[in-house]
Design a binder for this molecule. Structure first.
Ligand SMILES: [Ca+2]
Length: 217
C-alpha cells in the first residue's frame, strides 16, 4: 500500500483500510464518497484503540471474541436501555461483513472507523452509539460526565471543536440543578445522537440541492 500522510503501517493494516468487502457487495449502506474518504484519511488514535479494546472485552461476556445478540442485549439492560431482540439483530447485521450474525473484533473496529469518518450521516450508527457511550463510561456505571469524555473527544476532534462536541452531547447546561456535574444515561445520550444525525442528514441534502442547482446554471 502506498504511504499516506499521517497513517502508520500499523494503521494501514487495520480492517477499515483493507476493505475486504467490495463496495458492490457492501450491504451496509456506506456511500462511495465515504469509502474514498476512509481509504485516504481515516485513522484511529491510540487512546481510541485502547478504549475500543476495553469496550469489546466488556461486551464479550462469553469470551469468544465475538459479540452476539444476547451479549448486546444484556449490556443494554445494564445501561437501563432494554432493546428488542429484532432491533439488536439489525444493529449486528449492519456491521456483520462475514454474516455470522455476530460482531468480531475486525468488524467492530471497521464499524468504528467508518462511523468516525462518515460526513454524510448515512453510515449505520446504532452499534457505534452504544460503543461510543461505553468508551466514555470508563467504569461502566451507566452514566457519563463531561470530564469522562474529554480525553477521547480531544484526540478525535481537537481543541478547537472540543466545546462544540461537548455541547452536542450534553446540551447547553453542563451542571445539574444542584450545581453538581451533569451526568447523562445512555438513553439520554442516544436521544441527542439521533437528533444530531437527523440534522446532519438534512444539512447534507441541502448542500446537495445547492450543488445541483448551481450546476444547472
Ligand atoms: Ca461477523
Amino acid at each position: 500500500m502506498a504511504h499516506m500522510a499521517g497513517v502508520s503501517d500499523e494503521m494501514a493494516q487495520m480492517p477499515g483500510f483493507r476493505r475486504g468487502v467490495a463496495l458492490a457487495n457492501n450491504h451496509r449502506g456506506a456511500t462511495l464518497e465515504n469509502s474514498e474518504y476512509l481509504a485516504s484519511k481515516e485513522n484511529v488514535q491510540p487512546v481510541e484503540l485502547e478504549n475500543l479494546k476495553r469496550v469489546f472485552k466488556w461486551l464479550d461476556t462469553k469470551k469468544d471474541d465475538r459479540l452476539c445478540v444476547q451479549e448486546l442485549s444484556e449490556a443494554l439492560v445494564k445501561l437501563g436501555h432494554k432493546t428488542a431482540r429484532d432491533q439488536i439483530e439489525l444493529w449486528i447485521w449492519e456491521v456483520d461483513d462475514d454474516l455470522d450474525q455476530m460482531v468480531g473484533w475486525e468488524e467492530f473496529l471497521t464499524m468504528y472507523q467508518r462511523c468516525i469518518s462518515d460526513q454524510t450521516g448515512n453510515e449505520p450508527r446504532n452499534l457505534f452509539n452504544l460503543v461510543q457511550f461505553l468508551m466514555y463510561d470508563k467504569d461502566f456505571h451507566g452514566r457519563i460526565s463531561v470530564e469522562q469524555t474529554l480525553q477521547i473527544i480531544y484526540v478525535r476532534h481537537g481543541r478547537s471543536n472540543l466545546d462544540e462536541e461537548i455541547k452536542e452531547i450534553f446540551g447547553d447546561q453542563q451542571k445539574g440543578s444542584d450545581g453538581q456535574e451533569l451526568k447523562i444515561t445512555f438513553s439520554q445520550f442516544l436521544a441527542r445522537a439521533n437528533a444530531r444525525l437527523s440534522k446532519m442528514r438534512w444539512q447534507k441534502k441541502e448542500v446537495t440541492k445547492v450543488a445541483i442547482s448551481t450546476r444547472r446554471k
